[in-house]
Design a protein around this ligand. Structure first.
Ligand SMILES: [Zn+2]
Ligand SMILES: [Zn+2]
Length: 129
């Protein structure tokens, strides 16, 4: 039974390296619907992988794929909109709002907690476009 000795737990294949979730991009000018003006977006990034944790309330998603099957994926706890892989995102320098930056189109607002509460108060709904 000497071959059993080679099956130590340490001999398991290396666990997959966690995929880098986002890649930073260069700053750009974009339309901010909140400021109602062209502003600079210094913090801009491209999402590469699904979000596995809510950046707002910190909830860890057991099954992010399930959340992403929805048309507008959002955190089930606080409704933070989730970023989609292969899309660009950024924060407006002036007001700090988060936008999905689409080449050749108006950026879509991803409302933060405060903005969502504000919209609820006024009975407004939001969408990416
Ligand atoms: Zn959340
Ligand atoms: Zn702004």
């Amino acid at each position: 039974m000497s071959w059993l000795k080679n099956l130590r737990p340490g001999g398991k294949p290396e666990p997959e390296k966690p995929q880098q979730e986002t890649y930073p991009l260069v700053a750009r000018q974009a339309w901010c619907a909140v400021c109602d003006a062209y502003t600079t977006f210094t913090r801009v990034w491209r999402r590469a992988a699904l979000m596995r944790k809510c950046p707002c309330c910190g909830m860890v998603f057991d099954d992010p794929e399930l959340l992403y099957k929805r048309f507008q994926p959002a955190c089930p706890r606080c409704r933070e909109p989730l970023e989609q892989p292969n899309f660009d995102y950024g924060f407006c320098d002036r007001c700090g709002s988060k936008f999905e930056l689409v080449e050749g189109a108006k950026p879509g607002l991803l409302p933060n907690k405060r903005q969502r509460d504000e919209m609820d108060k006024h009975g407004k709904s939001w969408s990416y476009s």
